[in-house]
Write a protein that binds this ligand. Structure first.
Ligand SMILES: [Zn+2]
Ligand SMILES: [Zn+2]
Length: 400
């Protein structure tokens, strides 16, 4: 009897605690890859194709490790993108508070699964025999995993199981959906509040780069800067080598031709397609150098205000608070050059809103923005116009 109890305590196979740690890290990483590559980039956004064998492996793994169903996850996620930071967003920390999403993200996820949401946002997801008879009917996967863990590690296996079960609710439903819309840096000033949590997307498979993802939701690759790393993309590249994955999109359809000096409709579409990067370049190549030049000649009283110019003058208007608006006023009143580039930034942003209208009007408005910017007498602004003129739409996309 004692031997039997000891065997239960240590497990029939009785692997060591270091082995249990490695096993936990490997299995949770596979779960993260299943979420980011299969559920998110493939099923929800159609950013890549996956070989059916690999897609089915991920689906089964997710059933065992999380109990999540593809259609439910996809529907909630697409609704999040469609209604981001509004009361109908299934999980916006801007609406319900950060701690609410961080610690009760799973509840928000579950409450959001309604027949209407599944019907409207869950289209094109698997609805085969496995889905209907296995994944949506039983939770045997959970308990099968617990049994395997106990067999391998005994009582420690129960703790491993608890970590495996909590991994996605904490990191995906909590950290990404919460912190990824509240804390971090922004490469792109997009209308929603998405942030990049850290530049190295390893622990959560690249999902950490949430600002990049909300900017280019259909891109299979989530890193955009040379210093950013997207582990999910590394896996996709590896799967591609074996013919198991095929990325369909990695960013906006755009091309740049150095030395091009004309502005035509293709220039406008190229700039529009790449508008978030264009605004990011505007912050880096127009606002930043000009703010630095103003800083150098400012007296001590003005320096405090100008110091924050790059961040404030480029911030998405929706996320500018009352105090920050006062700071912007102080900056622009103290420097005519900074006032001009702030005004030009707002005008350029307003141009994107006209993209649904007539092409001729858009072209005229874009040309007049460029002419005024060139005649402003601000060198960095004139250089920026030359940069914009180099934009076009690739020939392959024009033919399509
Ligand atoms: Zn998001
Ligand atoms: Zn997404």
């Amino acid at each position: 009897m004692t031997d039997f109890l000891l065997q239960i305590w240590y497990g029939l196979i009785g692997l060591s605690i270091p082995t249990a740690i490695v096993y936990t890290l490997v299995t949770t990483h596979i779960t993260i890859v299943s979420v980011t590559v299969y559920l998110h980039r493939h099923a929800a956004h159609r950013a890549l194709e996956l070989h059916p064998a690999l897609a089915n492996f991920f689906r089964t793994w997710l059933w065992i490790m999380t109990g999540m169903r593809t259609q439910e996850w996809v529907a909630i996620h697409r609704k999040h993108h469609a209604l981001c930071e509004t009361p109908e967003d299934p999980h916006s920390p801007k609406v319900v508070g950060l701690s609410e999403i961080l610690f009760r993200g799973v509840e928000h996820y579950r409450v959001g699964i309604t027949p209407e949401t599944l019907d409207r946002y869950g289209k094109g997801t698997p609805d085969d025999w496995m889905e209907r008879h296995l994944f949506s009917r039983t939770t045997a996967g959970f308990y099968g995993l617990l049994a395997v863990n106990v067999l391998l590690f005994g009582a420690v296996g129960v703790a491993v199981w608890a970590i495996q079960m909590l991994w996605i609710p904490f990191f995906a439903a909590g950290v990404i959906n919460g912190i990824g819309h509240a804390i971090g840096y922004r490469n792109f000033e997009i209308p929603d509040a998405a942030t990049n949590i850290v530049p190295w997307g390893i622990l959560i498979g690249g999902e950490e780069l949430h600002n990049n993802h909300h900017t280019y939701p259909n891109s299979a690759k989530l890193s955009v800067k040379p210093w950013e790393f997207d582990a999910g993309w590394a896996w996709i590249k590896l799967f591609s080598v074996f013919g198991l994955a095929k990325p369909l999109s990695v960013g906006p359809v755009v091309e740049r031709v150095e030395g091009k000096t004309t502005i035509d409709m293709d220039t406008v579409w190229g700039v529009l397609n790449d508008r978030f990067r264009v605004m990011s370049d505007y912050a880096e190549n127009v606002v930043k150098p000009l703010a630095e030049a103003e800083m150098a000649k400012a007296d001590r009283a003005r320096r405090g205000a100008i110091k924050r110019a790059k961040a404030l003058l480029c911030r998405e208007d929706k996320w500018v608070g009352e105090r920050e608006r006062d700071d912007i006023r102080a900056i622009t009143e103290s420097s005519p050059a900074l006032a001009t580039i702030y005004e030009k930034r707002l005008e350029l942003t307003a141009l994107w809103a006209r993209r649904g209208g007539s092409g001729d009007e858009l072209l005229r408005a874009f040309k007049s923005w460029c002419t005024e910017a060139e005649e402003s007498g601000i060198n960095v602004l004139r250089d920026f116009v030359s940069h914009l003129k180099s934009y076009t739409v690739p020939l392959s996309a024009q033919r399509a």
